[in-house]
Design a protein around this ligand. Sequence first.
Ligand SMILES: C[S@@+](CC[C@H](N)C(=O)[O-])C[C@H]1O[C@@H](n2cnc3c(N)ncnc32)[C@H](O)[C@@H]1O
Ligand code: SF4
Length: 452
Amino acid sequence: MNTAITPATSAPAVRPYQSYVYAYPHKTAYHALTDRPPLRALWADEPKDALSLYLHIPFCEVRCGFCNLFTRIGAPDGLTTAYLDALERQADAVSEAIGDGARFAAAAFGGGTPTFLEAAELERLCDIAEKRMGADLAAVPLSVEASPATATADRLAVLAARGTTRLSLGVQSFVDAEARSAVRPQRRADVEAALARIREAGIPVLNIDLIYGIDGQSEHSWLRSLDAALAWRPEELYLYPLYVRPLTGLGRKGAAESEAEWDARRLRLYRLGRDHLLGRGYEQVSMRMFRRADAPATGGEDHACQTDGMIGLGCGARSYTSGLHYSFDYAVDMREIRGIIDDYVSRPAADFARAEHGRAITGDEARRRHLLQSVLQAEGLDVAAYRARFAADPAGDFPEELSRFAARGWLDPAAGPGRLRLSAEGLAHSDALGPELFSPAVRAAMAAYEAK
Ligand SMILES: C[S@@+](CC[C@H](N)C(=O)[O-])C[C@H]1O[C@@H](n2cnc3c(N)ncnc32)[C@H](O)[C@@H]1O
Ligand code: SF4
């Protein structure tokens, strides 16, 4: 056998767009909790003075070609009412289980499209957060996602009056041909009108979501979208690389470019977008997120604090204690959404007092989670904070991964010993670097889920 090793002429290129790590462990790594632990026991010894509250609304007017979020198109008569009824039952069961001491420091309505709900239904949603969960929406940051067609004046008025501090609008592209290509049916004139209504409503932080890497999108047209967004001086901008996911309407079968060319185009568009925003008074917070440097602080900036617990309500929501991340079974499976929502709305209150699916956050997973949550932020990881929490150094816990990242030029050598920070190239490769920090067990669970 010839064992001679051919010297590599160059290191193999790492594919930059592997997966968006917005939560670790990913919910596809959750499994059935056979003992269905009662929430009362799970929350008994948890710190509860700075919880986050998340309410999930799984409805949209359309199904965009790129989107695999947990949501259905439209709602037959009575379904949104039944869904709000179920949210009320869940809120009652959960707040009884966690007890009186719970204090919420932040709240968010996400989806789907929360503004699919009508104005009166949004009032009800806010009442659930306030009266049943005890969140003081007027006093804490409240973030709400919306689409242009559903950002109507009456809904925005309710949200503003109830204390919304951040409205995130999915625009994706200001170029109509690109919206069509991404199977996102909308017209620029309608997007502009929605932005005018949001500014009129006086919600302090406007976030605009844009996508790059759409078929037919050029550097020139990307800059046009960015400038159209900048004209509104949004306090925040999220620039998402396009992912074409299984089971979505967007096929790239007829794409004119190879995967490698598409990767290269997305990287070019990323760098162009980043530099454009940095040159126009924005700071980079993470690979996707940019914040206007002179935007007034609203208190929501520390939202993703490392140790805060989270309570999620709704059929696609997750909840976090320090030792367990959990959700319902149906938060995982994207394929039978309608049945899952129907099942959720028919559940009796008692069902909501237990965790059904989840994943334990052991010592090793807690360290990985801490590392991922910090290092994927532009400001990086504070080594002293890591040491204080785990009595260890990240370099000692993750020697192989960190030397690999350093060898690829992904770590910023100027950060100094007290901080672990990505270089500009490291940040650009966040979606490759993140998955390399998953534990073997989480990786295996995700692979098993994908293979189902
Ligand atoms: C919950 S959705 C947005 C809210 C609202 N439903 C809307 O579409 O206007 C969050 C954002 O994720 C981004 N997104 C979702 N799927 C994506 C994909 N496959 N590729 C790139 N970006 C994606 C989009 O920019 C989207 O606005
Ligand atoms: S992108 Fe937004 S509007 Fe489109 S299907 Fe996904 S959640 Fe719904």
